[in-house]
Design a protein. Structure first.
Lengths: 65, 727
């Protein structure tokens, strides 16, 4: 019985959090263009941690070394 | 040519540009974008325009939002860029907020549904605990569970149930009854009863039943809203109506662009070659040719000159003309057509949907049953509490859940299936009307027939055709429009155009002539009409664009006849041409030389005799008939007004989809009626239990979800109906 006193509030809190996350996602337009977003991830420009120039210059340094 | 096209675009786009802060915003309908490559091409392509700050393409709804700095006239840069990338675009009309409203509506319903789902899940966990552990549970524990359920359910019901409560309240204030009335009543009574039982520390509460009712009905409501948004968007895509502006010449001779609604009688308007005539008027200057095909159905352009009266909606073909406006746009031919269309649409709105018809029969029965239960229990010596409890149980168990979910579920499946087959059905309403038709009336020009291409009849090499097409690019004559479409790219010089006779020039150094036969060779002066051409003085070749019966017309008509539908033809064209087509296709009942008003009169007269007509047409002159018919269909190539009016648009520009649409509509109607039968059987089983006082919350919850699942599964059966492949 006493377990219910904290289990029910936790369950409700988690449910409410999920509900508000969904409403936030909906309102921020994340469901507006499901087919477009699927493609967009493929078309986005990459921002590599090491750029091509850095890579080739480090390679050339290795060669000279 | 290019410069005139782009200025025209800016005139059309400027009224739809919105200024928010520093930036100018424009929403465009873009057609042709289908994949991620298109999306990237559009967004990065527009990003290359220096002033553009934001370009966001929505692939799901094919809408593009662009924002830029500077002047509103830069909108034409955007549309020119899109055109260069290979996409056609049209502005989303600034005044038309229907898409925004629909998006807000379905988003609101989705939030209501999410809240209801949250409430339902949590209350159900508590309810199941009570049902399964009732024997081992102390009264205090049970009551705690009931109180927690109430604390969750009441706010959720108040929020998620609001779409039903509002609609029921509107109906009540208008002293009418609708389906939401018994729904609201059942929800409110279930909640009220449960609160009372919780306070009295009794055993049974119905919070889960109330929430499940709301959740299931919201699914139906949401599907319906999304269907309307999707088909509405598709209709807008097709419409992509070109805003018609008028060019007014003031006393000083300056030309200004004004919207058509601002045109007044007595104004002088300049109509450029290739422009639509914005208002009825008399020609004061210039001579040209007029294409009245979309207004009267007459396919051959007429010569017009000063003093002639021209009607709005006609296309001015060859030379610019100046007209003096006789009637303002409100009184013009085009608006007469629009008002005829509106009158027809009013009669369609009066159509009562199946679900509402069922609800009208259903509600009085259910409510009197509940009353009888209440009185019956009192008479049999039951306590007022037991009597109330059982009467409410009757209302809860008979709540028209199946009606709320049955119809949208079927319509979503049917309309989605048709959509995939290239058939846009604008409303579920239209689907129901389509299922009832007994007769089909066709227009001729553009519907049963289409314009033939050069080379379909006479033998001509594509190389020669390119020569003719290149020469035709230099002329605006309507008779050569089909040649211009072929986009010949050769260089042309020494062009000589003799008005009303023909045009000649040197294409790649070869002499090419186009025009009347007399202009080509002296052999048969004025003997033949039509368009002829010759290359380097060789024998003339006929290049006339004709009219041929659509390839799929005969097989489509056969299928429709086999479905038991009567076929007829109504056309504005000449008697012999109509006869030729009707004999070829085996249509007995054919009317020729009908005016636009006449078509809708024929439809109305026949419908008064009890026929239910499907009108299939494509011209401006068909629009009133489309609106008055019981159901209507048009083709993708149809005029804007026809596409806006018709219930169904065949996007593949082929009649072949029509029998499939009717078949699907009939199957959908059958499925809806089956679902009603399910609901009736379910009520026959459940109501005696409720009247007898045997409905516990567990029975209510089980019965409700079972009937909803049955109804949804039955709707999904429509997925197995596929179109016959066209041979």
């Amino acid at each position: 019985m006493s377990a219910l006193l904290w289990l029910i509030p936790i369950a409700l809190f988690l449910g409410t959090a999920a509900l508000f996350t969904f409403i936030w996602a909906l309102k921020s337009g994340q469901f507006d263009d499901p087919s477009g977003d699927g493609y967009r991830i493929l078309e986005c420009e990459d921002h590599p941690l090491v750029t091509f120039e850095e890579l080739s210059s480090s390679e050339s340094r290795e060669h000279s070394a | 040519m290019t410069s005139s096209a782009s200025t025209k675009a800016s005139d059309e786009l400027a009224p739809h540009v919105k200024k928010v802060g520093e930036l100018l915003h424009l929403d465009l309908i873009v057609t042709g974008a289908r994949c991620g490559g298109c999306l990237a091409k559009i967004e990065s392509g527009l990003g290359e325009i220096p002033s553009v700050r934001q370009a966001r393409m929505n692939l799901s709804s094919s809408r593009l939002h662009v924002a830029w700095e500077g002047a509103a006239s830069q909108a034409n840069l955007v549309s020119a860029k899109l055109e260069a990338l290979g996409f056609s675009s049209a502005p989303l009309k600034a005044g038309d907020t229907s898409e925004v409203v629909q998006r807000a509506e379905s988003r609101g319903l989705l939030i209501c549904m999410a809240v209801a789902a949250f409430g339902l899940m949590n209350v159900m966990i508590l309810s199941i605990a009570v049902w399964s552990g009732a024997a081992d549970m102390s009264a205090a524990e049970r009551n705690l569970f009931h109180m927690v359920s109430a604390a969750i359910a009441l706010p959720v019901v108040a929020y998620s149930g609001s779409p039903f409560f509002k609609s029921a309240w509107r109906a009540l204030r208008a002293k009418q009854s609708n389906m939401d009335l018994p729904i609201s009543l059942a929800i409110l009574l279930a909640c009220g009863l449960s609160v009372a039982e919780t306070i009295l520390r009794n055993e049974h509460v119905f919070f889960d039943a109330a929430l499940m009712l709301i959740f299931l009905l919201l699914i139906g409501r949401f599907l319906d809203a999304r269907l309307r948004a999707k088909t509405g968007r598709a209709a807008n895509d097709l419409a992509a109506l070109k805003q018609i502006n008028a060019r007014r010449i003031d006393e000083q001779g300056r030309v200004t662009d004004i919207p058509v609604v601002a045109v007044r009688a007595g104004d002088r308007l300049l109509v450029p070659a290739g422009g639509l005539i914005a208002a009825d008027g008399r020609i004061v200057k210039g001579a040209s040719m007029l294409d009245a095909a979309i207004v009267t159905g007459e396919p051959v352009p007429q010569n017009i000159g000063p003093g002639d009266v021209v009607f709005s909606g006609c296309l001015n073909l060859t030379q610019p003309i100046t007209i003096e406006v006789l009637r303002e746009a409100d009184n013009s031919f085009l608006s007469e057509i629009s008002s005829l269309v509106e009158a027809g649409q009013q009669s369609q709105i009066r159509y009562v949907q199946l679900a509402d018809r069922a609800a009208r029969a259903y509600v009085p029965i259910v409510h009197s049953l509940a009353l009888l239960t209440f009185l019956g229990w009192l008479l049999m010596g039951g306590s007022p509490r037991t009597a109330t409890l059982n009467a409410i149980a009757v209302l809860i168990i008979t709540c028209p859940c199946a009606l709320g979910l049955a119809v949208p579920a079927v319509q979503v499946v049917a309309v989605g299936k048709l959509f995939a087959a290239g058939i846009v059905v604008k409303t579920g309403h239209a689907l129901e009307r389509l299922a009832e038709i007994t007769d089909v009336v066709f227009d001729k020009t553009g519907t049963l027939t289409r314009a033939s291409k050069v080379g379909e009849f006479s033998l001509i090499t594509s190389g020669d055709l390119a020569l003719f097409s290149s020469l035709a690019q230099q002329s605006y004559h309507p008779a050569t429009a089909h040649l211009r479409e072929m986009k010949g790219q050769h260089s042309v010089d020494n062009i000589i155009e003799s008005v009303g006779e023909g045009v000649s020039g040197h294409v790649n150094g070869v002499e090419v002539r186009l025009g009347r036969k007399a202009f080509i060779s002296d052999a048969m002066p004025n003997a033949c009409s039509g368009l002829w051409g010759s290359i380097a003085g060789q024998a003339p070749i006929e290049l006339t664009a004709g009219e041929i019966i659509r390839r799929e017309a005969l097989s489509t008509l056969h299928k429709l006849e086999n479905m038991g539908l009567g076929l007829s033809l109504v056309s504005g064209d000449s008697i012999e041409r109509v006869q030729r087509v009707s004999q070829n296709l085996g249509i007995q009942n054919a009317n020729a030389l009908t005016r636009p008003g006449g078509k809708s009169e024929i439809i109305k007269a026949r419908q008064n005799e009890g026929e239910k007509i499907l009108m299939v047409g494509d011209g401006i002159n068909d629009a009133p008939a489309l609106a008055h018919a019981h159901a209507s269909a048009t083709l993708a190539s149809a005029t804007d007004i026809s596409r806006a009016t018709a219930d169904i648009v065949l996007r593949r520009d082929s009649l072949a989809g029509l029998p499939y649409a009717i078949q699907m509509a009939r199957a959908a109607r059958a499925a809806v009626l089956q679902n009603f039968a399910f609901a009736a059987i379910y009520n026959l089983l459940a109501v005696p239990l409720a009247v007898a006082g045997l409905v516990t919350p567990l029975v209510a919850a089980g019965a409700m979800s079972l009937s909803s699942i049955l109804v949804t599964l039955n709707a999904l059966r429509l997925n197995s109906i596929n179109p016959e492949p066209f041979k």
